[in-house]
Design a protein around this ligand. Structure first.
Ligand code: UDP
Length: 367
């Protein structure tokens, strides 16, 4: 039996292709757990993929500090592992849920597989806590599903056993590929681009930096009154309070609730520009053919920058305004195709992961 846990929207989007394959598998049984970190978001996002969790832990209580949230989740997940006794636990990415799951796997001697392993910046405190979580998860995992050549290099540099690293691509591209196959995009030049799409959620962009991004957006709408700004707002009050306070009064802004994955991807493809500190959007934008400005000082996804579609920008009003105006005036480029040369994988990561899971569990069964 394989157990998968998810606690946030991006984990669901990236785990959905794997869940669907394992759920239909003839020899492996899957148990899917909603950790309760963002309980409703997980329920809703999986529902978009026709997936329901087998176990739903209660909504994670609000604690004053991250350590307490981790302790709570770790205990809850350890109890689930003790009860179900899966042959393997699969976690994705660098969230509190994945880290707590990794610790619970260690506590219960459960084999741990990490999807999207090896993403690194060169600074353990930036982004916090994601960089710290993913480095720690690597210590507990015995199977590392790397999404890219740079991630594989990072793991090797940390002396992770090469035999335990499987470079499969990112499952985000599997989900994107499926969506685009259902609803192909119009060619970039044929799109009426009059919207700037914005998301913010990282800790480094809470409070003060959220205010700076808002000021830059106001300046942008003054410089380009033909543009509207569509801003699905993260529920964290340290983002939403600032954004509502600064932008609510401006008529050029559409401040909306988080969007469904499908709606978001199509809005992103139709946008004139995206401004977002999201990790997943850095993987998607090059394939959608929309320029992305990332208000962060570094990225664990250098491949996005190499495509020419993604650019880091300092959290500074003038810097954001200048970069946005420049990107809005840039000539149209061809979106990056999803193929074997694509920077984050060819859209078949989940199949490759299932293959390794099968091999591992069969070997264990025969040992
Ligand atoms: N996304 C979504 N709805 C939104 C905003 C983003 O479905 O309103 C998707 C987006 O397409 C991407 C993922 O959510 O696949 C990114 O999630 P997020 O930015 O929350 O987390 P990160 O990728 O930074 O971990």
């Amino acid at each position: 039996m394989v157990l998968i846990i998810a606690g946030t929207r991006p984990e669901c989007i990236k785990l959905a292709p794997l869940v669907r394959r394992l759920a239909g598998h003839d020899r492996l049984r899957l148990v899917l757990v909603n950790s309760g970190q963002h309980c409703l978001a997980v329920r809703r996002t999986f529902a978009e993929f026709d997936i329901r969790c087998d176990i739903e832990l209660g909504e994670l209580p609000r604690f004053d500090w991250l350590g307490a949230s981790h302790d709570h989740l770790r205990v809850e997940l350890r109890a689930v592992l003790d009860r179900i006794r899966p042959a393997m636990l699969i976690v994705q990415g660098d969230t509190l849920t994945s880290y707590s799951g990794a610790r619970a796997a260690h506590d219960t001697s459960t084999v741990l597989a990490h999807v999207e392993a090896g993403l690194r910046t060169d600074t353990i405190s930036d982004p916090f806590p994601e960089e710290w979580f993913r480095r720690r998860i690597a210590r507990y995992a015995s199977i590392h599903f790397s999404p890219s050549a740079s991630a594989t290099r990072n793991l090797l540099a940390e002396e992770v056993d090469a035999r335990s690293i499987h470079q499969v691509g990112n499952t985000s591209i599997d989900s994107l590929w499926t969506l685009l196959a259902e609803m192909p995009l119009a060619p970039p030049a044929a799109r009426a681009r009059d919207t700037v799409l914005v998301t913010l959620h990282r800790r480094e962009n809470h409070d003060r930096n959220a205010g700076i991004v808002c000021d830059a957006l106001i300046a942008l709408t003054l410089a380009r009154p033909d543009l509207r700004v569509l801003f699905p707002i993260h529920p964290n009050p340290r983002v939403s309070a600032t954004v509502h306070r600064r932008l609510e009064v401006h008529p050029a802004f559409d401040l909306v609730a988080p969007m469904s994955y499908r709606d978001f991807v199509f809005k992103a493809a139709a946008a004139a520009l995206i401004i977002s500190d999201s990790g997943g959007v850095q993987e998607e934008a090059p394939h959608l053919g929309t320029h992305l400005l990332v208000p962060r000082s570094n990225t664990e996804r250098p491949e996005g920058i190499e495509t020419g579609w993604v650019q880091l920008v300092r959290a500074d009003r003038e810097a954001i305004l200048e970069a946005a105006l420049e990107k809005l005036a840039a000539p149209t480029m061809r979106p990056v195709p999803i193929d074997e040369l694509a920077p984050f994988g060819d859209g078949n990561a989940a199949d490759k992961i299932v293959h390794v899971v099968e091999q591992t569990l069969l070997q264990h069964a025969h040992a």
